[in-house]
Design a binder for this molecule. Structure first.
Ligand SMILES: [Fe+2]
Length: 366
């Protein structure tokens, strides 16, 4: 989309004023803006795409969608997870449509073009007629198209453009918050799969980034007073945090020191002292729908009882449901003509949200 049209639609957002507005409703509801985000935000940056622990064996394949494009995450014979465009080099059929183990080779169901686990093309049966290869056909030029990947602990990131900064350098402001954790002993203990939420992906990010709503939306599930929170704006890492004493701990509710951090554009990681991490995968489907999943980790290497795991799962399920209800109503509010120029942002509690939105605005207008 023409960046001039986008800039015109962002005029209220960009207006110099002490009281900042959020992104216009159009940024949450239109196919045009979603398409612009796919081509910029989700193409040029390191996008969170999946979890390493979901891969057990060579040949394990998980199809994902990034920037509206079908991608395969595939574990090779050496145990390395690579990403490829999920389209056969022959007629571009989507090769993998559900998570599976492909064995030692990945074969297209249409005409049996076959690739090894490194994406190299190995067989093109009868493509040349009586011969398998027509004259001059070079197998090595027609393998699966690789996508750049980076792995940080259990988390797989991909960069479609291939031109993003080195991941470790890009993610430094986030990684700096986890220097004291021994990731060798961090273990996933539970997964909450929420399925499809009727909201734009940015509302789920923004809701996580700001602490302002916690005392109102989560009044029965958390004990984290607003005044103990602060926001974090550190380049591509934005979020909030709270520091509490152990004496404030309330059983069955979230009442511990926490870090709510994001890595632009879509990685969410919460740290809950002393021993828990939660990571969400948010996958935008279209402007009004997002898939969400949360993986919960224990960080101290100690076993966690089944009962504790069930309690942790219940708490987070309830907290997420409270957030989903709010984010869905945020989406519905964008149908109102009064939301055309975005709402208002607290200069104190929502400066982190504003920083996230500014990165979106900068990405789509570059
Ligand atoms: Fe929340």
């Amino acid at each position: 989309m023409d960046t001039t049209i986008i800039k015109n639609n962002l005029s209220a957002f960009n207006k110099k004023s002490d009281l900042k507005r959020g992104l216009p409703s159009w940024a949450y509801t239109s196919d045009e803006f979603f398409d612009a985000e796919s081509k910029t935000v989700f193409t040029n940056n390191w996008v969170f795409a999946g979890f390493v622990h979901e891969f057990k064996d060579p040949g394990d394949a998980i199809p994902i969608t990034v920037a509206g494009q079908p991608i395969i995450l595939l574990q090779n014979m050496d145990g390395k997870i690579n990403a490829f465009h999920n389209a056969c080099s022959h007629r571009c059929l989507k090769l993998i449509d559900e998570s599976c183990n492909v064995g030692a080779m990945l074969s297209c169901p249409y005409h049996s073009w076959t690739y090894n686990l490194d994406g190299d093309l190995c067989a093109t049966p009868f493509f040349g007629g009586r011969e398998h290869q027509p004259e001059g056909f070079n197998m090595s030029e027609h393998g699966l198209q690789a996508v750049r990947t980076a792995i940080w602990n259990d988390w797989i990131f991909i960069n479609l453009s291939g031109e993003a900064q080195d991941f470790e350098e890009y993610a430094k402001p986030l990684i700096n918050n986890f220097k004291d954790i021994d990731f060798q002993i961090v273990e996933p203990i539970a997964t909450l799969d929420f399925g499809e939420i009727d909201t734009n992906w940015k509302f789920l990010m923004e809701n996580f980034i700001e602490p302002y709503h916690v005392q109102f939306v989560h009044r029965t599930t958390t004990n984290q007073p607003l005044e103990d929170h602060y926001t974090i704006v550190d380049g591509v890492c934005v979020g909030s945090a709270i520091d509490l004493d152990d004496k404030d701990k309330v059983e069955g509710s979230l009442s511990v020191s926490s870090r709510y951090l994001t890595l632009f554009p879509n990685f969410i990681i919460g740290r809950y002292f002393p021993d828990q991490i939660g990571v969400y995968l948010n996958v935008p489907i279209d402007s009004g729908h997002t898939l969400q999943k949360r993986v919960i980790y224990t960080t101290d290497g100690n076993p966690v009882s089944d009962q504790s795991i069930e309690e942790i799962k219940k708490l987070w399920w309830d907290v997420h449901k409270e957030d989903h209800a709010i984010c869905q109503r945020m989406q519905l509010g964008r149908l109102s003509s009064v939301s055309k120029d975005g709402g208002l942002l607290s200069p104190f509690w929502e400066d982190s949200v504003r920083a996230f939105q500014q990165m979106i605005a900068d990405s789509v207008t570059k």
